[in-house]
Design a protein around this ligand. Structure first.
Ligand code: 5AD
Ligand code: SF4
Length: 448
C-alpha cells in the first residue's frame, strides 16, 4: 500500500510517526509524500492545545473530497487526539475508517492489513505498555546523522493544565539494555547525534515515582554515561527533563561527559511562585534558578531553552513580570511560548479562564520580543569564537553553503571543504551572526 503520514505536535509524535514509517516499510509498504498518491492516510495527532486538535480535525475533514474520488482510501486518526476522543470522532468525521490510541500504535501494520481485507470502523484506545518496546524501528531521512530514541513514555506529574497524563498514560521507562542496543544500531548506521525523548526524561528508571530521588541517585545519569561510551555517537541531547530531578549526581555526570551537549531544554512554565503552585509544578522560581546556577557553575557557557505558558488562570501582571524577569535572568537563548489553552479533563480546565485572549496575545508578544533581542545578543557574542559543529550537509536555505549545528544547538552556515561529509565534526570560526543562525568558516575538519 502507498501510505501518507501527517504528524502534529511534539517530538514524541514525530518519533512515533518515524517508527511507524519504519515498521510499515519493513512490511513492504511505500511511504509517499502527498495525500493524492496514497491508499492510506494517517494523521498522528496532538491534544496539548485546542488549536492542535482543531487543525487536525479540519485537515481530516478536508480529506472527504479525496475519499469521494477514491472510496477505497483508508483514513486513520492516531495518537493523542485519537486516545482522548475515541469513538466520537466518527460523528464529526463520518469518512474516517479507524482510530488508534497512543498505547496501540504498534498494532498499526496488522490493523491496516485487516482493514484492507475487510472494511469496517475500528476504534482501539486500549491502554497498553507494549508500545514501549515495540516502537524501536527507525526510518532515517537519507544522509541524516541525527536520530531520536524514546526512553520513557507517559507522565505521572499531572500538571494542572496538561492533558498528557490522560492521553499518554502512566510513565514507564524502557529497559536500559534496549535503549543501549538501539543507540548502538543507530551508531552503526552512521548516526552521530542522538536525542533522548520522554515527557520527563530525567525521571528515567525511577519506576514512575514522582518524588525526586536522593542527591546521589540518578538512573538517567547512568544511562547518559553508558550511551556516551558508544563509539560513533558524538553528541547526546535530551528533552524534556523536569527541573527537580537535576540532583548532584545528574549534574556531575553531565559535566563529566562532554558528549552530552551543553544546551539544556528546561521547562519553566512560569516565573511566579503563586502560578507555579497553582500549576502543580513542584519547584519555585528560586529553586529553579538554584539548579540553573549549579549547572552554570559546573559547565560555564552552558545555555538553556525553555517552555513558558502565558495566561494561566489567575495570572496577574505581577506574575507575568516575574516570568519575564526570570527569563532574562537565566538568559534563555530559546523558548517555546504558549498561550494557555484549557483542556477538558484537566484540573485547571474547571477553573475560570480569567485571562482575556487579548492579554494572552500581548504577553506572548512581549516574551517573543524579549527572546528575539536575547537571541541576537547571544549570536553576536559568538562572533570570533571557534565552535565545534556536527556537519549536516547542504544548507536548506543556501545551495552553495553547507550547514551544521553547534553544541549549543545553533545552526551555522559555511562553505564546504574538499571531502566534507554529513556526520563529520568540524571546527568552525564564527564570522557573522544573523537573526537566528550563524555564518562561519571551517578551520579544522575531523574524520568520523
Ligand atoms: N496550554 C498551553 N500550553 C500547554 N502546554 C502543555 N499544556 C498546555 C496547555 N493546556 C505546554 C507546556 C509544555 C509544552 C509541551 O506545552 O509549556 O511544556
Ligand atoms: Fe504535562 Fe507536566 Fe507531564 Fe510535562 S511534566 S507532560 S507538563 S503533566
Amino acid at each position: 500500500m502507498r501510505i501518507y503520514i501527517k504528524t502534529y505536535g511534539c517530538q514524541m509524535n514525530e518519533r512515533d510517526s518515524e517508527a511507524l514509517a519504519g515498521m510499515l516499510a519493513a512490511r513492504g509498504h511505500q511511504l509517499v509524500h502527498s495525500e493524492e498518491e496514497a491508499d492510506v492516510l494517517l494523521f498522528n495527532t496532538c491534544s496539548v492545545r485546542e488549536q492542535a486538535e482543531r487543525k487536525a480535525i479540519g485537515k481530516v475533514g478536508f480529506m472527504k473530497k479525496l475519499k469521494q474520488k477514491n472510496p477505497d482510501l483508508l483514513i486513520g486518526i492516531l495518537g493523542c487526539m485519537a486516545q482522548r476522543r475515541g469513538e466520537e470522532l466518527f460523528c464529526e468525521l463520518p469518512h474516517l475508517d479507524f482510530v488508534l490510541g497512543t498505547g496501540r500504535l504498534h498494532t498499526l501494520p496488522d490493523l491496516l492489513e485487516k482493514l484492507a481485507a475487510e472494511r469496517k470502523h475500528v476504534v482501539d484506545v486500549t491502554e497498553s505498555s507494549a508500545v514501549l518496546t515495540a516502537m524501536g524501528c527507525h526510518y532515517p531521512a537519507p544522509g541524516s546523522c541525527a536520530a531520536q530514541i524514546a526512553i520513557t513514555r507517559g507522565c505521572n506529574r499531572f500538571c494542572a493544565y496538561c492533558i498528557v497524563p490522560y492521553v499518554r498514560g502512566r510513565e514507564i521507562s524502557r529497559d536500559r539494555a534496549d535503549v543501549i542496543r538501539e543507540a548502538r544500531e543507530l551508531a552503526d548506521t552512521g548516526i552521530r547525534e542522538i536525542l533522548l525523548l520522554g515527557q520527563n526524561v530525567a525521571a528515567y528508571g525511577l519506576g514512575g515515582n514522582i518524588q525526586p530521588p536522593p542527591p546521589d541517585v540518578s538512573p538517567f545519569a547512568d544511562l547518559l554515561e553508558e550511551l556516551a561510551q558508544i563509539d560513533g555517537i558524538q553528541r547526546i541531547r535530551f528533552t524534556s527533563p523536569y527541573v527537580s530531578y537535576f540532583n548532584d549526581r545528574l549534574i556531575q555526570a553531565i559535566a563529566a561527559t562532554p558528549k552530552v551537549c551543553r544546551n539544556i531544554h528546561l521547562p519553566l512554565q512560569s516565573g511566579s511562585n503563586r502560578i507555579l503552585q497553582a500549576m502543580n509544578r513542584q519547584y519555585t522560581a528560586e529553586s529553579y534558578l538554584e539548579t540553573v546556577e549549579k549547572l552554570q557553575t559546573a559547565m560555564p557557557g552552558i545555555t538553556f531553552s525553555t517552555d513558558i505558558i502565558v495566561g494561566f488562570p489567575g495570572e496577574e501582571d505581577s506574575d507575568f513580570n516575574a516570568t519575564r524577569e526570570l527569563m532574562e535572568r537565566v538568559g534563555f537563548d530559546n523558548a517555546f511560548i504558549f498561550k494557555y489553552s484549557p483542556r477538558p479533563g484537566t484540573r485547571a480546565a474547571t477553573w475560570e479562564d480569567r485571562v482575556p485572549q487579548s492579554v494572552k496575545e500581548e504577553r506572548n508578544q512581549l516574551l517573543l520580543e524579549d527572546l528575539a533581542a536575547r537571541t541576537r545578543r547571544h549570536l553576536r557574542a559568538l562572533v570570533g569564537t571557534k565552535q565545534s559543529v556536527l556537519v549536516e550537509g547542504v544548507s536548506k536555505r543556501m545551495q552553495e553553503r553547507w550547514s551544521g549545528r553547534t553544541d549549543g544547538n545553533r545552526t551555522v552556515h559555511f562553505l564546504p571543504v574538499d571531502g566534507l561529509k554529513a556526520g563529520d565534526m568540524a571546527d568552525v570560526r564564527i564570522l557573522r551572526a544573523g537573526n537566528v543562525s550563524l555564518f562561519g568558516e571551517i578551520v579544522r575538519k575531523e574524520g568520523k
